[in-house]
Design a protein around this ligand. Structure first.
Ligand code: GDP
Ligand code: IMO
Ligand code: MG
Length: 427
């Protein structure tokens, strides 16, 4: 079986977890390679809904192994809560969940700093998830203050290892942000407890995955966030702090690019964004509210209402380019079942110019107006469709138009949150 990366082609929440869960049937390992508990990945199995923030969505398949690799910033509190919740719901992680000993840990001071940064006067409010992601990656890149799973588990006094780090962050919190300091002893005691809980899962996951690949196993990489939230290629500075794009799977898992066979970009049949930043096809009128209500577009991590807009093909062409997409998984087609007239953004108008490609410069993007093409809605339910031929002709025309404009073939169409509401192309 080929090795596949599944990643978001828009601003996150595209339905990646649903697609990963579907594809896990053919996989041996499912790997989270970047981001952290900012992700909210929803999987529906029968009447049960699971939301994962750290553990890969493949965990619900009991014969598969799941990996949280080095590129993830790991919040041990969230991971342990997920392990416990799964156990309570009858899903064991014992012996099949592996955590990279090189992953950086999210510490309480990262969360406090994320909040303080967002609330600070004069700063750019990104509208983060407040999960400590930016401050944790900042420490990783800065080197000295970074704290990894192996540092937590290694020999030596935890109090000694954390003392100067906590003191430095408390100085920042109190002197720069004017907020309360954190309790050093409480953090040390908490993390001493986490160390014992994490120990059985920690290993060299790059080694584990490369050995698995050598043996011909199928590895599925589960992206978090989306292409436009990528630290390099997204709508900077309104992005997350990691590489959400395909290259991130290689650095984030310690696997070479020659090992990757397919890159699947997950996209909604329309567009959403949560948090601040540019969004050219955003609908600030009743149409936006209608899509939000039809699609129950509220964040899985924070519950915030998602901003909604029409499908934007310039974004998809950019996602195809920077990720080398081999195919698309189109989700939430069913949400548009009752919309009479649909619009698709084919390009942007910027002054006298028509731009076919998504501009990297925010000052240009700010002046862009979407160029729309109208398509007739199909106004029939699609959730029961299991083959392309079951879809109404107008829905097929919409899918075909998205394929053409995105310059990428579609391999999967999702018409509902359930596993079985999935159509394979060519069917
Ligand atoms: P992720 O972060 O990309 O994994 O996506 P989220 O879990 O944050 O949000 C996607 C939401 O859409 C979840 O509630 C899914 O259950 C749901 N979903 C996924 N695919 C479909 C679909 O084709 N139709 C509908 N109606 N819902 C879907
Ligand atoms: P999944 O994996 C949608 C957004 C935040 C904010 C920006 C930076 O579920 O698709 P951060 O907390 O990462 O520093 O916030 O990124 N964001 C997401 N939006 N889906 C996500 O994850 C997101 N993770 C972060 O709203 O705009
Ligand atoms: Mg999500």
């Amino acid at each position: 079986m080929p090795t596949k990366i599944v990643l978001g082609a828009q601003w996150g929440d595209e339905g990646k977890a649903k697609i990963v869960d579907y594809l896990t049937v053919d996989a041996d390992y499912v790997v989270r390679f970047q981001g952290g508990a900012n992700a909210g990945h929803t999987v529906m199995v029968g009447d049960d809904t699971f939301v994962f923030h750290v553990i890969p969505a493949g965990i619900l398949h009991e014969d598969k192994a799941c990996v949280v690799s080095n590129g993830v910033v790991l919040d041990p509190e969230v991971l342990i809560a997920e392990v416990d919740e799964l156990a309570q719901r009858g899903v064991s992680t014992q012996g099949r969940l592996f955590i990279s000993h090189s992953a950086h840990l999210v510490m309480p001071y990262h969360k406090a700093l994320d909040k303080a940064d967002e609330e600070s006067q004069g700063g750019v409010s990104i509208g983060t998830t407040l999960r400590g992601i930016g401050p944790a990656y900042r420490d990783k890149v800065e080197r000295g203050p970074g704290f990894r799973v192996m540092d937590l588990l290694g020999p030596g006094s935890l109090s000694e290892k954390l003392k100067s780090r906590i003191e430095a962050k408390n100085a920042l919190l109190t002197r720069i942000y004017g907020v309360e300091p954190l309790d050093e002893e409480e953090i040390v005691a908490k993390y001493a407890g986490y160390a014992e809980l994490l120990r059985p899962y920690a290993t060299d996951t790059s080694m584990l995955l490369n050995r698995a690949l050598d043996e011909g196993r199928m590895v599925l990489f589960e992206g978090a966030q989306g292409t436009l939230l990528d630290i390099d290629h997204g709508t900077y500075p309104f992005v997350t702090s990691s590489n959400t794009t395909a290259g991130g799977a290689c650095t984030g898992a310690g696997v070479g690019p020659t090992r990757i066979d397919e890159v699947i970009g997950v996209t909604k049949a329309y567009t959403t964004r949560v948090g601040n930043g540019p969004f050219p096809t955003e609908l600030l009128d009743g149409d936006g509210d209608r899509i939000r209500e039809l699609g129950h577009e509220y964040g899985a991590t924070t519950g915030r209402p998602r901003r909604c807009g029409w499908f934007d093909a310039t974004i998809l062409r950019m996602a195809a380019r920077v990720n080398g997409l081999t195919s698309l998984a189109l989700t939430r087609l069913d949400v548009l079942d009752t919309v009479e007239t649909l619009k698709v953004c084919t390009a942007y108008r910027c002054g006298d110019e028509v731009l076919e490609e998504f501009p990297a410069d925010p000052q240009i993007l700010e002046r862009c107006e979407p160029v729309y093409e109208e398509l007739e809605g199909w106004c029939e339910p699609t959730t029961e469709a299991r083959r392309v031929a079951d879809l109404p002709a107008k829905a097929q025309a919409y899918v075909d138009r998205i394929t053409d404009l995105s310059r990428t073939p579609i391999s999967l169409i999702s018409v509902g949150p359930a596993r079985e509401s999935t159509i394979e192309s060519g069917s």
